[in-house]
Ligand binder design. Structure first.
Ligand code: ZN
Length: 87
């Protein structure tokens, strides 16, 4: 009895999917996807934190190989004119 209940819990997702598919005349998956298959697919989904380097001119954090957003310089050369903040 417990095994049947457990099996029902396992296939519940697929059953609800089948009901939705029948309603909208969609293709129905034959078997539920294994944990291994789902986890293999999601192995590439991890996010990485963005890298920041300190600006050589003003010291504020900015993305590498890009113009500093705080002072507008790149490798010590002024690239952009930065507006001063109004007080
Ligand atoms: Zn800077």
């Amino acid at each position: 009895m417990l095994a049947i209940f457990h099996n029902l819990l396992l296939t519940r997702k697929l059953l609800t999917l089948n009901i939705i598919c029948e309603r909208y005349k969609m293709a129905v998956p034959k078997r539920r996807q294994s944990k291994s298959r789902s986890r293999k697919r999601r192995s590439h989904d991890a996010l990485t934190a963005p890298v920041y380097t300190s600006c050589t001119n003003c010291g504020s954090l900015s993305r590498p190989h890009s113009v500093c957003s705080a002072c507008g310089t790149y490798k010590g050369v002024q690239i952009l004119k930065v507006k001063e903040k109004k007080k």
